[in-house]
Design a protein around this ligand. Structure first.
Ligand code: UT7
Length: 335
């Protein structure tokens, strides 16, 4: 297998399930309000999947869109990486179900489990595989279905208002131009904060049964979050990891054409933009329409930004994410 100079993104795609759920819709299910949600998070509405629309289904639609955008047939793909925290099943990975849906038997397929930074980690896998010749064209997908796993009662309201369903995908392939493509990636984790944003159960560390009826009553199968800790660490770690990517490529904030941050909370992204001193016009937001789609948020935003002409050939694109783990990561892409 031949080594190449680097990797680049050949196409992007996204899929959002059609069902729109507004803040007012949520306020009819538990004690919250459109005003509270918009003020604290910037979210106005999100999408929820319907019957038969699991994570692999969303991933398939986004993948087909990315392949079409790249002008490629599915048979040109030789590896699949799916980032998700909401797999169709406990095992095997959602990548296996996506591969089945795309009818690509035999090619390698794996899941990445790093939550909100999942897409950036998955991009790093694809970049490494393409650079080393392990694979030539990698389908990288971030996909989530949160709506079937949230606590839509007063006790889950802090989390339930944040998340939405959706998927984004890119195709990564080789480039001989060392000045173009994915120029750097930075990946971090600090597991000391693993329990600040997690789903505890079912889990193999729970003895003797990883799942029992009592857990359901206690709501241990729902996500739980220390929102203040997440916020505080996000606004510290994101500027750091953005600085690392910029220093790797020898550029400054003013050289960035577009910043695509993970869409967790509008206030986090505004605070980060202010701290690093980037022109707010250069920052991509879609949290108002989709909420936090975790691993889906960055590839969805990339695809929208391309569609809107904000990312064009030659654009300098900075990607940054923070989330459960805690994990945080960045990438710099010269489109
Ligand atoms: O990818 C990572 C995903 N997670 C995040 O990015 C979350 C980061 N954290 C945050 O965005 C914020 O911490 C939240 C938006 C989640 C919460 O904002 P906050 O300013 O930290 O609120 P809080 O938890 O301190 O709660 C303030 C009040 C509380 O009421 P009292 O005790 O002051 O009476 C909560 O019970 O707001 C109440 N509250 C709500 N009220 C209406 C909590 N959730 C809700 C809700 N609707 N959904």
């Amino acid at each position: 297998m031949a080594k190449v100079a680097g990797s680049r993104i050949l196409g992007t795609g996204r899929f959002l399930p059609p069902r729109v759920v507004t803040n007012d819709d949520l306020a009819r299910r538990f004690d919250t309000s459109d005003e509270w949600i918009q003020q604290r998070t910037g979210i106005r509405e999100r999408r929820f999947s319907g019957p038969g629309e699991g994570t692999a289904y969303l991933a398939e639609q986004a993948s087909r869109a990315a392949l079409a955008d790249a002008g490629m047939g599915k048979d040109e793909i030789d590896f699949i990486v799916v980032a998700t925290l909401s797999p169709d099943h406990f095992f095997p990975g959602t990548s296996a179900f996506l591969q089945e849906r795309l009818d690509l038997p035999g090619i390698g397929a794996m899941d990445v489990r790093t939550q909100c930074t999942g897409f950036v980690y998955a991009l790093a896998v694809a970049d490494s595989f393409v650079r080393t010749g392990q694979a030539r064209r990698v389908l990288v997908v971030g996909a989530e279905v949160h709506s079937t796993g949230l606590d839509f009662t007063d006790s889950g309201r802090d989390v339930a208002v944040l998340f939405g369903d959706g998927a984004g995908a890119v195709v990564v392939g080789p480039t001989d131009d060392p000045q173009r493509g994915i120029l750097t990636l930075r990946l971090h984790c600090d597991g000391r904060h693993a329990r600040e944003l997690w789903i505890e159960a079912p889990g193999s560390s729970i003895f003797p049964d990883r799942l029992h009826a009592g857990m359901l009553g206690e709501g241990r199968h729902y996500p739980s979050m220390n929102g203040k800790a997440v916020f505080k660490h996000a606004v510290e770690r994101l500027p750091e990891v953005i600085g690392e990517a910029l220093s790797d490529v020898g550029l400054g904030v003013a050289d960035v054409d577009v910043l695509v941050p993970h869409q967790a909370n509008m206030r986090i992204n505004q605070a980060v933009a202010q701290r690093i001193g980037i022109d707010p016009e250069k920052v991509v937001h879609n949290i108002d329409r989709y909420g936090n789609t975790t691993a889906g948020s960055i590839p969805i935003a990339l695809d929208e930004a391309r569609e809107q002409g904000r990312i064009r050939d030659g654009s300098r694109v900075l990607i940054a994410a923070f989330g459960s783990g805690f994990t945080w990561a960045s990438a710099f892409v010269r489109w």
